[in-house]
Write a protein that binds this ligand. Structure first.
Ligand code: HEC
Length: 130
């Protein structure tokens, strides 16, 4: 009797946990939007060299004027690995962990911690075109 009672308790606890889990999932919206948060930042801080006739675009092939351009990366390949901040070369460069000569923005002030964290979180959340 006691045994059966506690089994029921465990079972209802499980059902509760499952219900909560299922409920929490759709509410987990990404915190960062590419269009609203990331793109304006790239346009403002990188656009002069990485769009149109800019040297950054010409030399590296990296077009930072659109989602497609960012995800395509440089002529050497992708710089954003969705969900993986550590292997995303974009973050390595922005955080100043690569050679000084290719720290970005090229020859200009590093992005603020806050700006870098916006891009970091966006990559962590799957680098979506949202
Ligand atoms: C003043 C111009 C300028 C600005 C501003 C600039 N870049 Fe660049 N970027 C360059 C140039 C020039 C290169 C090519 C450098 C080279 O290959 O030596 C480059 C190359 C790169 C590369 C490829 C590096 C490699 O592996 O060869 C990345 C990634 C990059 N830029 C990202 C950015 C990002 C992100 C921003 C904005 C935060 C930015 N850049 C702002 C000029 C700029």
């Amino acid at each position: 009797m006691v045994f059966r009672y506690s089994l029921t308790l465990v079972a209802s606890g499980l059902a509760l946990a499952l219900a909560f889990g299922a409920e929490a999932a759709p509410q987990k919206k990404p915190k960062i939007s590419f269009a609203d948060d990331v793109l304006p930042l790239l346009q403002f801080r990188c656009g002069s060299c990485h769009t149109g006739e800019g040297d950054g675009l010409k030399i590296s092939g990296l077009d930072l004027g659109s989602y497609e351009g960012l995800m395509k990366g440089t002529k050497h390949g992708a710089i954003v690995v969705p969900g993986d901040v550590l292997t995303s070369n974009l973050m390595v460069l922005l955080d100043g962990k690569a050679d000084k000569s290719i720290q970005m923005p090229h020859g200009q002030k590093k992005l603020s911690t806050c700006d870098r964290d916006i891009i970091r979180t966006w990559i962590h959340e799957g680098a979506k075109n949202n």
